[in-house]
Write a protein that binds this ligand. Structure first.
Ligand code: ADP
Ligand code: MG
Length: 329
């Protein structure tokens, strides 16, 4: 008897995706090079799960999110969504898919038009996609506001009349309007106070359950990523250096960079002791990444081979992989 569920296909799949930005420099702007913002990403995301993407500022997280949302075209590689290859689709085909993919940004203040009322902000995607009109539109907007914990009395107000947390709720309502399947949350709570962060994260979890949403949750610190994610991908210089189920990553990180990020989370109890690993130096420029292992210039355990050879990404179990010549035990 075969009790195992048939292998479900992933909702999203990235295959060796790269995004290199060309730049010019030198006296006559003739010298060209590439900023390797995203440098060979491969991963899958299953329906209903949250994949966290974590890494320092400049590691390529937002670019990865933009590529997934088809807001940027990859230099190389393929992106598949529900067995459909998004890369290479015509603009018309893409338009149909786009409503299924939505973005929640860090700063809703810059993304919400200050001259539009809340009602118009949330109604806009519905009108553009001709998803509702008239009374039905009004009802849907009110319903969305209610879903995110706001009320009808907020309908005719403007973004500046709201607090940061409330504005993020408006941004979430707008992202939900077209009933998307996948939402990329790019530093969605990073600008908010910790107590407000918790409220928004709980709201996102509630909505995920209700709507069966799939999230890609991007942040530069482990705190909110830990709370939200089923699996976590750690990015460094445009590459994933470790990807594992959340609890496994926290209990047994394989990559010294992951270990350093974990050590930076504040302790929750005063008697809890933890040694903070402070990485030396800055993130190297993605325009001129180090040879060998990209992390070797800051790695506390780097050896000769790390300077010479790039480590391959190895699977240690079905749910845990990393790229390091000297993985932690
Ligand atoms: P993160 O979100 O992790 O902070 P980003 O994806 O924003 O990282 O950026 C990754 C790298 O790519 C950075 O070095 C950034 O300066 C560069 N970059 C991002 N967008 C562009 C662009 N449009 N043109 C040139 N360089 C870019
Ligand atoms: Mg970013």
């Amino acid at each position: 008897m075969n009790a195992a569920a048939p292998d479900a296909k992933p909702l999203l799949e990235l295959k060796h995706v790269k995004k290199w930005f060309a730049y010019r420099s030198g006296i006559l702007f003739k010298k060209t090079g590439y900023i390797r913002a995203v440098d060979g990403l491969s991963f899958t995301v299953n329906k209903g799960e949250t994949l966290g993407i974590v890494g320092e500022s400049g590691s390529g997280k937002s670019t990865a999110g933009q590529l997934i949302l088809q807001l940027q075209e990859p230099t190389e590689g393929e992106i598949w969504f529900e067995q459909r290859k998004l890369t290479g689709m015509s603009p018309k085909q893409l338009r149909a898919v786009r409503s299924e993919l939505q973005l929640i940004f860090q700063d809703p203040y810059t993304s919400l038009n200050p001259r539009m009322t809340v009602k118009d902000i949330i109604a806009e995607p519905l009108s553009v996609h001709r998803a509702a009109e008239g009374r039905q539109l009004h009802r849907r907007v009110a319903e969305l506001l209610h879903e995110v914990g706001l009320g009808e009395h907020h309908l005719n107000r403007y973004p500046h009349e709201f607090s940061g947390g409330q504005r993020q709720r408006i941004g979430i309502a707008r992202a939900l309007a077209l009933r998307p399947k996948l939402i990329v949350c790019d530093e969605a709570v990073s600008a908010l106070d910790v107590s407000i962060q918790a409220q928004i994260l709980n709201l996102l979890k509630k909505l995920q359950k209700e709507y069966g949403l799939t999230f890609i949750f991007i942040a530069h610190g482990m705190g909110s990523v830990k709370f939200m994610s089923d699996r976590i991908a750690v990015m460094y210089l445009g590459k994933i250096v470790e990807l594992a189920r959340r609890d496994e990553l926290f209990a047994r990180p394989k990559h010294p960079y992951t270990q350093a990020l974990l050590s930076a989370i504040p302790v929750s109890h005063p008697r809890e002791k933890k040694e903070r690993i402070v990485l030396q130096g800055e993130l190297p420029s993605p325009a001129n990444p180090p040879g060998g292992c990209g992390f070797h210039t800051r790695c506390p355990i780097a050896k000769d081979i790390c300077r010479r050879e790039a480590p391959v990404f190895r699977q240690y179990s079905d749910s845990h992989g990393a790229s390091c010549h000297f993985p932690l035990q």
